[in-house]
Design a binder for this molecule. Structure first.
Ligand code: MN
Ligand code: MN
Length: 266
């Protein structure tokens, strides 16, 4: 495919964070790590993100970081996306995944969402907010924006979220289980939603909700590389640059962008 369809889009938004703010500043931090002289722009598969047409860097979505801003994320995304583009969004807190997937689903609904996270984010509501960053996958499943939701890296499920997973038919794979074959069929299309707290905080301390016992960078790269179906969109969310240590989490986020774009470009 023509790789200029791959678009890098910042979504500076954290008004739905329940604990700490900070992800509003994440798009800049991830881009700074991605384009720093500390590393090159090659994915491990050998795709050069730096070559002409490797991907297109778009401006950040123009949104207010407030309740009102949330309503316009889907609209702004729809306007920006041509039907055949493959966006990779730099969050932002995880609440943005619902409006982003809603916008994408208008033109190419993903058959499967691969969701990497310490948390299931399936709350019916959290602190009286149905659009909290703890709820996006409940909203996505209610609106049937995908056929199949696979959650990987989960280590905080409670009774309510297990009931929600059961209700929506979510495939919740809890640590220590790490799947090796996600069982795609030839017609599947995949959206990846990567919450950086899926990693053990030792690898990615710059997040709001430290949850020990998480995945290694190599394990998550292994999951991304194992996806043998077209990736039509992705987000990398929940970087909190104010909690980062020497920019290591921003660099992990940038590495994930390179590996996801490398797979998108295949
Ligand atoms: Mn999340
Ligand atoms: Mn999380």
């Amino acid at each position: 495919m023509s790789t200029d369809r791959i678009k890098l889009i910042g979504v500076p938004y954290d008004a739905k964070s329940s604990f700490l703010n900070g992800p509003v500043d994440a798009p800049d931090a991830i881009r700074k790590a991605l384009f720093s002289g500390a590393s090159n722009l090659f994915s491990e598969s050998g795709f050069d993100l730096g070559k002409l047409g490797g991907f297109r860097e778009e401006a950040d979505l123009e949104i207010e970081n407030s309740e009102a801003g949330f309503d316009v994320i889907a609209e702004a995304t729809s306007k920006m996306l041509a039907a055949d583009s493959r966006p990779i969004f730099l969050g932002g807190d995880h609440s943005i995944t619902f409006p982003l997937v809603k916008a994408i689903a208008q033109s190419h609904r993903p058959s499967t969402i691969v969701h990497l996270d310490a948390h299931p984010d399936l709350y019916d509501e959290f602190e009286e907010d149905r659009f909290s960053h703890a709820c996006p996958f409940a909203r996505i499943m209610e609106e049937s924006l995908t056929d199949r939701l696979i959650q990987i890296g989960i280590r905080t499920a409670n009774e309510h979220q297990r009931e929600q997973a059961e209700k929506f038919g979510v495939e919740m794979i809890e640590l220590p289980e790490i799947p090796t074959d996600l069982g795609f069929s030839p017609d599947d299309t995949v959206y990846i939603s990567l919450d950086l707290d899926v990693f053990d905080p030792a690898f990615a301390p710059g997040i709001s909700h430290h949850e020990p016992g998480g995945m290694t960078v190599r394990e998550v790269i292994g999951i991304i590389h194992s996806i043998n179906a077209p990736i039509i969109g992705a987000d990398v969310v929940e970087l909190n640059p104010h909690r980062d240590v020497n920019g290591v989490t921003a660099m992990v986020a940038a590495k994930m962008v390179k590996e996801i774009v490398g797979k998108m470009a295949v």
